[in-house]
Design a protein around this ligand. Sequence first.
Ligand code: FAD
Ligand code: FES
Length: 260
Amino acid sequence: MTTTDNSKKYLKTRIQRVETVAPGYSLLSFECTPPLTGIPGQFVMIRGAWGASPVLPRAFSIVQAGNIGQVLVRDVGPGTSLLCNMHSGDELAVLGPLGNGFVEPKSTKAVLVAGGVGVAPLVFLAEKLAERDVPVTFLYGARTENDLPLKERIENCANLIITTEDGSIGTKGRVTIPLKETLQDQNCVVYSCGPNLMLEAVGKICAAAGVECQVALESPMACGMGTCKGCAVVRPDGSFTYVCTDGPVFVAATIYGGEK
Ligand SMILES: Cc1cc2nc3c(=O)[nH]c(=O)nc-3n(C[C@H](O)[C@H](O)[C@H](O)COP(=O)(O)OP(=O)(O)OC[C@H]3O[C@@H](n4cnc5c(N)ncnc54)[C@H](O)[C@@H]3O)c2cc1C
Ligand code: FES
Protein backbone atom coordinates (compact mmCIF):
# COMPACT_ATOMS: atom_id res chain seq x y z
CA MET A 1 0.00 0.00 0.00
CA THR A 2 1.32 3.39 -0.98
CA THR A 3 1.54 6.23 1.49
CA THR A 4 1.39 9.74 0.03
CA ASP A 5 2.79 12.18 2.57
CA ASN A 6 2.77 15.57 0.88
CA SER A 7 -0.06 17.03 2.82
CA LYS A 8 0.35 17.82 6.52
CA LYS A 9 -1.17 21.30 6.13
CA TYR A 10 -4.82 22.36 6.09
CA LEU A 11 -6.01 23.80 2.80
CA LYS A 12 -8.48 26.65 3.16
CA THR A 13 -11.09 26.16 0.49
CA ARG A 14 -14.75 26.70 -0.39
CA ILE A 15 -17.64 24.40 -1.04
CA GLN A 16 -18.64 24.24 -4.69
CA ARG A 17 -21.79 22.14 -4.24
CA VAL A 18 -23.70 20.10 -1.66
CA GLU A 19 -25.99 17.53 -3.23
CA THR A 20 -28.37 15.23 -1.35
CA VAL A 21 -27.74 11.85 -3.04
CA ALA A 22 -29.95 9.72 -0.75
CA PRO A 23 -31.90 10.48 2.44
CA GLY A 24 -29.27 11.39 5.08
CA TYR A 25 -26.35 11.35 2.59
CA SER A 26 -24.75 14.41 0.96
CA LEU A 27 -22.07 14.55 -1.71
CA LEU A 28 -19.81 17.49 -0.89
CA SER A 29 -17.75 19.01 -3.73
CA PHE A 30 -15.00 21.52 -2.86
CA GLU A 31 -12.44 23.54 -4.79
CA CYS A 32 -8.80 22.35 -4.56
CA THR A 33 -5.85 24.59 -5.45
CA PRO A 34 -3.40 22.87 -5.69
CA PRO A 35 -5.39 19.83 -6.87
CA LEU A 36 -6.09 17.08 -4.33
CA THR A 37 -3.73 14.22 -5.20
CA GLY A 38 -5.31 11.26 -3.37
CA ILE A 39 -5.76 7.68 -4.53
CA PRO A 40 -8.73 5.41 -3.70
CA GLY A 41 -8.72 4.43 -0.02
CA GLN A 42 -7.02 7.61 1.18
CA PHE A 43 -8.95 10.11 3.27
CA VAL A 44 -9.13 13.77 4.28
CA MET A 45 -9.82 15.51 7.59
CA ILE A 46 -12.43 18.25 7.17
CA ARG A 47 -13.59 21.10 9.39
CA GLY A 48 -16.12 23.77 8.47
CA ALA A 49 -16.01 27.38 9.65
CA TRP A 50 -18.70 26.56 12.21
CA GLY A 51 -17.21 28.21 15.30
CA ALA A 52 -16.00 26.46 18.45
CA SER A 53 -17.98 23.23 18.36
CA PRO A 54 -17.27 20.55 17.35
CA VAL A 55 -13.63 21.43 17.86
CA LEU A 56 -12.13 18.46 16.01
CA PRO A 57 -12.16 17.86 12.25
CA ARG A 58 -13.92 14.77 10.84
CA ALA A 59 -12.47 12.01 8.60
CA PHE A 60 -13.90 11.24 5.14
CA SER A 61 -12.79 8.93 2.35
CA ILE A 62 -11.97 10.65 -0.91
CA VAL A 63 -14.60 9.99 -3.61
CA GLN A 64 -12.90 12.20 -6.20
CA ALA A 65 -9.48 13.91 -6.33
CA GLY A 66 -8.28 16.70 -8.63
CA ASN A 67 -9.37 20.34 -8.95
CA ILE A 68 -12.72 19.52 -7.41
CA GLY A 69 -12.49 17.17 -4.41
CA GLN A 70 -15.49 15.13 -3.33
CA VAL A 71 -16.52 13.31 -0.16
CA LEU A 72 -19.75 11.50 0.69
CA VAL A 73 -21.10 12.51 4.12
CA ARG A 74 -23.59 10.44 6.11
CA ASP A 75 -25.40 12.57 8.67
CA VAL A 76 -24.82 10.71 11.97
CA GLY A 77 -23.94 13.45 14.47
CA PRO A 78 -23.01 17.11 15.02
CA GLY A 79 -20.04 17.39 12.61
CA THR A 80 -21.60 15.48 9.72
CA SER A 81 -24.92 17.29 10.20
CA LEU A 82 -23.21 20.69 9.94
CA LEU A 83 -21.40 19.57 6.77
CA CYS A 84 -24.60 18.22 5.16
CA ASN A 85 -26.27 21.60 5.77
CA MET A 86 -23.50 23.75 4.28
CA HIS A 87 -23.91 25.67 1.04
CA SER A 88 -22.00 26.63 -2.06
CA GLY A 89 -19.34 29.26 -1.16
CA ASP A 90 -19.04 28.26 2.52
CA GLU A 91 -15.49 27.97 3.89
CA LEU A 92 -13.91 24.58 4.54
CA ALA A 93 -10.51 23.46 5.88
CA VAL A 94 -9.25 20.21 4.32
CA LEU A 95 -6.18 18.15 5.30
CA GLY A 96 -5.07 15.42 2.95
CA PRO A 97 -4.61 13.10 1.25
CA LEU A 98 -3.90 11.03 4.37
CA GLY A 99 -3.16 7.37 5.00
CA ASN A 100 -2.31 4.70 2.45
CA GLY A 101 -4.67 3.54 -0.28
CA PHE A 102 -5.84 0.38 -2.03
CA VAL A 103 -3.25 -1.51 -4.07
CA GLU A 104 -4.76 -1.97 -7.52
CA PRO A 105 -4.80 -5.48 -9.00
CA LYS A 106 -2.19 -6.07 -11.71
CA SER A 107 -4.20 -8.08 -14.23
CA THR A 108 -7.00 -9.91 -12.42
CA LYS A 109 -10.62 -8.96 -11.93
CA ALA A 110 -11.74 -6.87 -8.96
CA VAL A 111 -14.64 -7.56 -6.63
CA LEU A 112 -15.68 -4.54 -4.55
CA VAL A 113 -17.87 -5.08 -1.47
CA ALA A 114 -19.54 -2.03 0.07
CA GLY A 115 -21.83 -1.57 3.05
CA GLY A 116 -23.49 1.77 3.83
CA VAL A 117 -21.24 4.84 3.63
CA GLY A 118 -18.32 2.44 3.01
CA VAL A 119 -19.31 2.87 -0.63
CA ALA A 120 -17.35 6.16 -0.76
CA PRO A 121 -13.76 4.95 -1.37
CA LEU A 122 -15.01 2.07 -3.52
CA VAL A 123 -16.77 4.37 -5.99
CA PHE A 124 -13.44 6.16 -6.46
CA LEU A 125 -11.69 2.79 -6.90
CA ALA A 126 -14.31 1.45 -9.36
CA GLU A 127 -14.01 4.56 -11.53
CA LYS A 128 -10.19 4.33 -11.56
CA LEU A 129 -10.26 0.60 -12.42
CA ALA A 130 -12.76 1.21 -15.23
CA GLU A 131 -10.32 3.76 -16.74
CA ARG A 132 -7.78 0.88 -16.87
CA ASP A 133 -10.35 -1.57 -18.31
CA VAL A 134 -10.15 -3.83 -15.23
CA PRO A 135 -13.45 -5.76 -14.96
CA VAL A 136 -15.22 -4.78 -11.72
CA THR A 137 -18.03 -6.61 -9.93
CA PHE A 138 -19.49 -4.25 -7.32
CA LEU A 139 -21.49 -5.87 -4.49
CA TYR A 140 -23.45 -3.16 -2.70
CA GLY A 141 -25.32 -4.00 0.51
CA ALA A 142 -27.81 -1.68 2.21
CA ARG A 143 -30.74 -1.72 4.60
CA THR A 144 -33.30 -0.51 2.01
CA GLU A 145 -33.48 0.94 -1.50
CA ASN A 146 -33.18 4.41 0.08
CA ASP A 147 -29.70 3.65 1.43
CA LEU A 148 -27.81 3.33 -1.86
CA PRO A 149 -26.06 6.67 -2.48
CA LEU A 150 -24.03 6.96 -5.70
CA LYS A 151 -25.70 3.85 -7.19
CA GLU A 152 -25.93 5.49 -10.63
CA ARG A 153 -22.20 6.28 -10.68
CA ILE A 154 -21.43 2.63 -9.96
CA GLU A 155 -23.78 1.41 -12.71
CA ASN A 156 -21.76 3.49 -15.17
CA CYS A 157 -18.44 1.75 -14.44
CA ALA A 158 -19.10 -1.71 -12.95
CA ASN A 159 -21.32 -4.78 -12.89
CA LEU A 160 -23.50 -3.75 -9.92
CA ILE A 161 -25.15 -6.38 -7.69
CA ILE A 162 -27.38 -5.00 -4.93
CA THR A 163 -28.57 -6.67 -1.75
CA THR A 164 -30.98 -5.08 0.74
CA GLU A 165 -31.95 -6.36 4.16
CA ASP A 166 -35.67 -5.69 3.51
CA GLY A 167 -35.60 -6.92 -0.11
CA SER A 168 -36.92 -3.57 -1.44
CA ILE A 169 -34.39 -3.77 -4.31
CA GLY A 170 -31.94 -6.47 -5.42
CA THR A 171 -31.50 -9.74 -3.55
CA LYS A 172 -32.94 -9.87 -0.03
CA GLY A 173 -30.27 -10.46 2.62
CA ARG A 174 -26.65 -9.60 3.29
CA VAL A 175 -23.96 -8.71 0.80
CA THR A 176 -21.96 -11.79 1.83
CA ILE A 177 -24.45 -14.04 -0.04
CA PRO A 178 -23.45 -12.91 -3.58
CA LEU A 179 -19.82 -12.63 -2.40
CA LYS A 180 -19.63 -16.39 -1.80
CA GLU A 181 -21.03 -17.06 -5.30
CA THR A 182 -18.68 -14.52 -6.91
CA LEU A 183 -15.62 -16.09 -5.26
CA GLN A 184 -16.20 -19.40 -7.01
CA ASP A 185 -14.00 -17.74 -9.62
CA GLN A 186 -10.83 -17.18 -7.55
CA ASN A 187 -9.06 -15.10 -10.18
CA CYS A 188 -9.80 -11.79 -8.44
CA VAL A 189 -8.87 -9.42 -5.62
CA VAL A 190 -11.53 -8.30 -3.13
CA TYR A 191 -11.71 -4.71 -1.81
CA SER A 192 -14.14 -3.87 0.97
CA CYS A 193 -15.31 -0.98 3.14
CA GLY A 194 -18.26 -0.81 5.51
CA PRO A 195 -19.31 -1.70 9.06
CA ASN A 196 -16.68 -3.64 11.05
CA LEU A 197 -18.79 -6.79 11.36
CA MET A 198 -19.31 -6.85 7.59
CA LEU A 199 -15.57 -6.39 6.99
CA GLU A 200 -14.74 -9.24 9.35
CA ALA A 201 -17.24 -11.53 7.58
CA VAL A 202 -15.87 -10.54 4.15
CA GLY A 203 -12.27 -11.08 5.33
CA LYS A 204 -13.07 -14.55 6.66
CA ILE A 205 -14.97 -15.62 3.51
CA CYS A 206 -12.02 -14.49 1.37
CA ALA A 207 -9.51 -16.29 3.62
CA ALA A 208 -11.54 -19.51 3.34
CA ALA A 209 -11.70 -19.12 -0.46
CA GLY A 210 -7.96 -18.35 -0.70
CA VAL A 211 -8.61 -14.92 -2.28
CA GLU A 212 -6.64 -11.75 -1.47
CA CYS A 213 -8.74 -9.16 0.40
CA GLN A 214 -7.99 -5.53 1.26
CA VAL A 215 -10.25 -3.72 3.76
CA ALA A 216 -10.54 0.01 4.52
CA LEU A 217 -11.19 0.46 8.26
CA GLU A 218 -12.82 3.28 10.19
CA SER A 219 -12.00 4.16 13.78
CA PRO A 220 -12.50 7.29 15.89
CA MET A 221 -9.93 9.89 14.76
CA ALA A 222 -8.91 13.18 16.35
CA CYS A 223 -5.83 14.13 14.28
CA GLY A 224 -5.66 11.83 11.23
CA MET A 225 -1.86 12.06 11.14
CA GLY A 226 -0.34 9.89 13.88
CA THR A 227 -0.28 12.27 16.84
CA CYS A 228 -3.23 11.43 19.12
CA LYS A 229 -3.01 7.58 19.00
CA GLY A 230 -6.81 7.49 19.21
CA CYS A 231 -7.30 5.31 16.14
CA ALA A 232 -5.52 2.20 17.46
CA VAL A 233 -6.82 -1.23 16.43
CA VAL A 234 -5.63 -4.47 18.07
CA ARG A 235 -4.21 -7.10 15.73
CA PRO A 236 -4.79 -10.86 16.31
CA ASP A 237 -1.35 -11.15 17.99
CA GLY A 238 -2.25 -8.37 20.51
CA SER A 239 -0.10 -5.67 18.92
CA PHE A 240 -1.50 -2.25 17.96
CA THR A 241 -1.84 -0.75 14.53
CA TYR A 242 -2.95 2.80 13.77
CA VAL A 243 -5.67 3.31 11.20
CA CYS A 244 -4.60 6.83 10.15
CA THR A 245 -0.93 6.10 9.46
CA ASP A 246 -0.69 2.29 8.96
CA GLY A 247 -4.06 2.26 7.14
CA PRO A 248 -6.88 2.86 6.61
CA VAL A 249 -6.35 0.03 4.09
CA PHE A 250 -5.10 -3.29 5.50
CA VAL A 251 -4.76 -6.82 4.18
CA ALA A 252 -7.81 -8.37 5.85
CA ALA A 253 -5.92 -11.38 7.21
CA THR A 254 -3.60 -9.11 9.23
CA ILE A 255 -6.62 -7.70 11.09
CA TYR A 256 -9.08 -10.61 11.24
CA GLY A 257 -6.64 -13.54 11.23
CA GLY A 258 -5.97 -16.18 8.61
CA GLU A 259 -2.53 -14.79 7.68
CA LYS A 260 -0.29 -17.42 6.09
C1 FAD B 1 -10.63 6.82 7.53
C2 FAD B 1 -12.09 7.20 7.74
C3 FAD B 1 -12.88 7.42 6.64
C4 FAD B 1 -14.22 7.80 6.82
N1 FAD B 1 -14.98 8.03 5.71
C5 FAD B 1 -16.24 8.47 5.85
C6 FAD B 1 -17.00 8.80 4.70
O1 FAD B 1 -16.54 8.70 3.54
N2 FAD B 1 -18.26 9.26 4.90
C7 FAD B 1 -18.80 9.39 6.16
O2 FAD B 1 -19.95 9.85 6.27
N3 FAD B 1 -18.11 9.05 7.25
C8 FAD B 1 -16.84 8.61 7.13
N4 FAD B 1 -16.11 8.29 8.25
C9 FAD B 1 -16.77 8.39 9.57
C10 FAD B 1 -16.87 9.85 9.99
O3 FAD B 1 -15.58 10.36 10.24
C11 FAD B 1 -17.75 9.94 11.25
O4 FAD B 1 -19.05 9.54 10.95
C12 FAD B 1 -17.79 11.36 11.76
O5 FAD B 1 -16.55 11.69 12.34
C13 FAD B 1 -18.90 11.53 12.78
O6 FAD B 1 -18.83 12.88 13.26
P1 FAD B 1 -20.11 13.57 13.91
O7 FAD B 1 -19.65 14.78 14.63
O8 FAD B 1 -21.16 13.77 12.89
O9 FAD B 1 -20.67 12.50 14.89
P2 FAD B 1 -20.06 11.98 16.28
O10 FAD B 1 -20.87 12.55 17.40
O11 FAD B 1 -18.58 12.19 16.32
O12 FAD B 1 -20.38 10.45 16.10
C14 FAD B 1 -21.69 9.99 15.79
C15 FAD B 1 -21.72 8.49 15.90
O13 FAD B 1 -20.80 7.90 14.97
C16 FAD B 1 -19.79 7.14 15.66
N5 FAD B 1 -18.51 7.44 15.01
C17 FAD B 1 -17.86 8.61 15.01
N6 FAD B 1 -16.72 8.53 14.30
C18 FAD B 1 -16.67 7.26 13.85
C19 FAD B 1 -15.75 6.53 13.05
N7 FAD B 1 -14.64 7.08 12.58
N8 FAD B 1 -16.03 5.25 12.79
C20 FAD B 1 -17.13 4.66 13.25
N9 FAD B 1 -18.05 5.30 14.00
C21 FAD B 1 -17.81 6.57 14.29
C22 FAD B 1 -19.82 7.64 17.10
O14 FAD B 1 -19.42 6.63 18.00
C23 FAD B 1 -21.29 7.99 17.28
O15 FAD B 1 -22.06 6.85 17.56
C24 FAD B 1 -14.78 7.91 8.12
C25 FAD B 1 -13.96 7.67 9.22
C26 FAD B 1 -12.65 7.32 9.04
C27 FAD B 1 -11.78 7.07 10.22
S1 FES C 1 -6.12 9.70 14.38
FE1 FES C 1 -4.62 10.54 15.67
S2 FES C 1 -3.10 8.95 15.66
FE2 FES C 1 -4.57 8.22 14.26
